[in-house]
Design a protein around this ligand. Structure first.
Ligand code: NAP
Length: 535
C-alpha cells in the first residue's frame, strides 16, 4: 500500500482506498451506476473545493481531488509570508453559501483564510475525496474510450471521464533570470515559498519586486531586519487600506441579525462592481484615484526624490491597484532604502545595480510574482487527434468563457484564461464557473453523453470579442503586467463586469458544444476501475 493513499478517513477508521473507491458507496445510493462519471479535479484551492462541495450537493460523488501538497488551500496555503492578507474585504472573501461572520479584521489575514478553507473541506465532507501528495503530470484524452488518461508525477495511471483543472493562475512562482544569481551564497527564497525557519532578524535583506505580495511583507520584516533594500523596477498605484479589527459586537451582529452578513457582502460586491468603468479608462474615476493616491504619497513620504519614484508611469488600474496602510511608512524607515536603479547582476554577497553600486545582503527575497500566463504548465495536456495545449496556446492561452477548450472534450478549467479581475472577487467568478461545470456534467449524465467539446467557431467568436473588448481597457495601455504575455496578448483578465460573466455562465449552453453519445463509442463501463487502481 502506498502511504499517500492512506489519507481517506471515515469515522474513526483509516483505510487505504483506490482513487475512486472513496466515493463508490455514496455514488451507489444516489446515482445509478450506468450514469456515473468519474471526475478528476486537479487542485484543492477555492476552485477545487467549491466544485467538490457543489458536486456532492448535486448527489454526484464520483470525484477525486488531486492535490500535490499535503493540505488544501491552494495559493492561500502557499503564500504564508508575514503579513499575507486578502485585498478584498473579508466579508466578501468566502463562499456565498458558507458565509463566515467572525473574521478578525476587515481584510482577512492568510491564516484565517487557510483555516476557513480547511473548515469548508471538513464541513462538506471533502477530505475523503482528496488525494494529497499526488501531482498530475499529464493528461491525454482517449477518444475511442471517451476517457482522460492521467499520469501522476510518480508514474501512476488514472482514468476519468471528466477532467477539471482547478490550478488557478498564481501557483508557480516566477524567479527572473538574473546573471550571477546561482553564485549568491546567502539565503534566497520566493515570497510564495517563504522560509519560516530562516531568521531575518538583524540581517541585511534585499527584496526584488514591490507589488501586491511585497508590500504586505515589507512592513512586517522592516521592523526586524538590520537593513532592507527594496528593488523597484516600476512603481505601483497604491491606496490606503484602512484596515481595522472587527469588534465582538460587530461579529455578534453579523452572526445573529438575519441577512446582515449577506447584505454587507452584496454591498461590498456592488461597490466594487460599479468601479469597473475605471478599467475602461473612465477619466473621472481614474483622475480621482490618481489624485488621491498621489496625495497619500505626499502625506507619508517627505523626501521629494522618493515621492517622485513612487508615482507610476502607467494608467491607474493598468496593474493591480495595491492597498496598504504601512508600505510607504515602512519605506521611510531609517533602515530601509528604495532602490530604483535596475539590477545588473548578483554576486555571492549582494546585488550590483546598473549604476555600479553594490548592495551587500545576507538574504534575497523574490517577490517577483508568478508564471501567470502559462496556465496549466508544466502539465502536458493532449486532446483529440494528439493535439497539445502547449501548441494550441503557443500564442497565448484561450478558452470559451475561460472554462472549455475546443479539441479537449470534457476538460473544464477553473480560474482559467481571461477570468481574472482587477476590480472584484475571484470567488464570485469561481462560483459562476462551478455552476456552469456542474450543469455540463449533469448534461453528460442526463443525456447519456460520452463527451462534450466546445465548437471551434464558438470559442473563436468568444475569444475575438473578449480580445476586442480588452483592447479598450487600461490593461492594453500598460506596457507589461502579469495579465499579459510578452507579445502583449491579455490572457488573464476578463473583459467585463462580474455581472456579465455571471449572465454568460448562468446556463450551460449545450448548443455551443459538439456532443458524442456514449452508445457511439466503445467505452468501458464507467464504474470500472483501471489497472492501476485495482492493483
Ligand atoms: P506581481 O504583481 O507579478 O509583481 C511582481 C513584482 O516583481 C513587480 O514589482 C515586478 O516589477 C517585479 N519584477 C518581476 N520581475 C522582475 C525583474 N526581473 N527585476 C525586477 N523586478 C521584477 O506579483 P505579486 O506581488 O506576487 O502579486 C501577484 C498577484 O497575486 C497580485 O496581483 C494579486 O492578484 C495576487 N495577490 C493578492 C494578494 C492579496 O489578496 N492580498 C496578495 C498578494 C498577491 P514590474 O512591475 O516592473 O513588472
Amino acid at each position: 500500500a502506498q502511504p499517500d493513499r492512506k489519507l481517506l478517513v471515515r469515522g474513526t477508521e483509516s483505510r487505504t482506498l483506490n482513487a475512486f473507491d472513496s466515493v463508490s458507496e455514496e455514488a451507489a445510493v444516489t446515482v445509478p451506476s450506468q450514469a456515473r462519471r468519474r471526475i478528476a479535479i486537479i487542485g484543492s484551492g477555492f476552485s477545487g473545493l467549491c466544485l467538490g462541495i457543489k458536486l456532492k450537493e448535486a448527489g454526484i460523488h464520483d470525484f477525486t481531488i488531486y492535490e500535490k501538497e499535503d493540505r488544501v488551500g491552494g495559493t492561500w496555503r502557499d503564500n504564508s509570508y508575514p503579513g499575507a492578507a486578502c485585498d478584498l474585504p473579508s466579508m466578501a472573501y468566502c463562499f456565498s453559501f458558507e458565509q463566515k461572520t467572525d473574521w478578525s479584521r476587515k481584510w482577512s489575514p492568510q491564516p484565517e483564510i487557510q483555516e476557513y478553507m480547511e473548515h469548508c473541506a471538513r464541513k462538506y465532507g471533502l477530505l475523503p475525496h482528496v488525494r494529497f501528495r499526488t501531482e498530475i503530470a499529464s493528461a491525454a484524452f482517449d477518444e475511442s474510450a471517451g476517457v482522460w488518461r492521467l499520469a501522476t508525477a510518480s508514474g501512476e495511471q488514472i482514468e476519468a471521464e471528466v477532467l477539471v483543472c482547478a490550478v488557478g493562475q498564481l501557483n508557480r512562482p516566477y524567479v527572473p533570470e538574473i546573471p550571477g544569481l546561482e553564485s549568491f551564497a546567502g539565503e534566497c527564497f520566493h515570497s510564495a515559498r517563504w522560509n519560516h525557519a530562516y531568521d531575518l532578524g538583524g540581517k541585511r535583506v534585499a527584496v526584488i519586486g514591490n507589488a501586491a505580495s511585497a508590500i504586505q511583507f515589507i512592513p512586517e520584516i522592516a521592523r526586524e531586519v538590520g537593513r532592507l533594500s527594496v528593488f523597484q523596477r516600476s512603481a505601483n498605484w497604491l491606496l490606503p487600506r484602512n484596515d481595522r479589527s472587527y469588534s465582538e459586537r460587530e461579529k455578534w451582529l453579523f452572526a445573529n441579525v438575519p441577512g446582515l452578513a449577506k447584505l454587507y457582502r452584496w454591498w461590498i460586491w456592488l461597490s466594487f462592481e460599479i468601479r469597473f468603468p475605471a478599467f475602461l479608462g473612465n477619466r473621472f474615476i481614474a483622475e480621482q484615484t490618481r489624485r488621491f493616491a498621489e496625495q497619500y504619497i505626499r502625506d507619508v513620504v517627505p523626501d521629494p526624490k522618493m515621492r517622485a519614484a513612487l508615482v507610476p508611469d502607467y494608467p491607474v488600474g493598468g496593474k493591480r491597484i495595491l492597498i496598504s496602510d504601512d508600505y510607504y511608512q515602512a519605506l521611510v524607515r531609517p533602515n530601509v532604502e528604495l532602490e530604483t536603479s535596475g539590477i545588473d547582476h548578483v554576486e555571492s554577497d549582494g546585488i550590483v545595480t546598473q549604476d555600479g553600486v553594490k548592495h551587500a545582503c545576507d538574504a534575497l527575497v523574490f517577490a517577483t510574482g508568478f508564471e501567470s500566463t502559462r496556465f496549466l504548465a508544466p502539465m502536458r495536456i493532449t486532446g483529440r487527434g494528439g493535439r497539445s495545449l502547449d501548441d494550441d496556446w503557443r500564442e497565448g492561452a484561450r478558452a470559451y468563457r475561460g472554462i472549455t477548450v475546443s479539441g479537449y472534450p470534457n476538460l473544464f478549467l477553473m480560474y482559467g484564461p481571461n477570468t481574472n479581475l482587477g476590480h472584484n472577487s475571484i470567488i464570485f467568478m469561481i462560483e459562476c464557473q462551478t455552476g456552469y461545470i456542474l450543469q455540463a456534467i449533469r448534461t453528460l449524465i442526463d443525456r447519456d453523453l460520452a463527451f462534450l467539446d466546445v465548437k471551434p467557431e464558438v470559442q473563436q467568436a468568444f475569444d475575438t470579442q473578449t480580445q476586442r473588448e480588452l483592447s479598450r481597457t487600461v490593461w492594453a495601455r500598460t506596457p507589461h503586467s502579469w495579465y499579459k504575455t510578452e507579445s502583449g496578448r491579455i490572457t488573464n483578465n476578463w473583459s467585463g463586469t462580474t455581472t456579465r460573466y455571471w449572465w454568460g455562465t448562468r446556463r450551460f449552453d449545450v448548443e455551443s458544444y459538439a456532443s458524442v453519445a456514449r452508445a457511439a463509442i466503445s467505452a468501458r463501463p464507467a464504474g470500472e476501475r483501471n489497472a492501476a487502481d485495482a492493483a
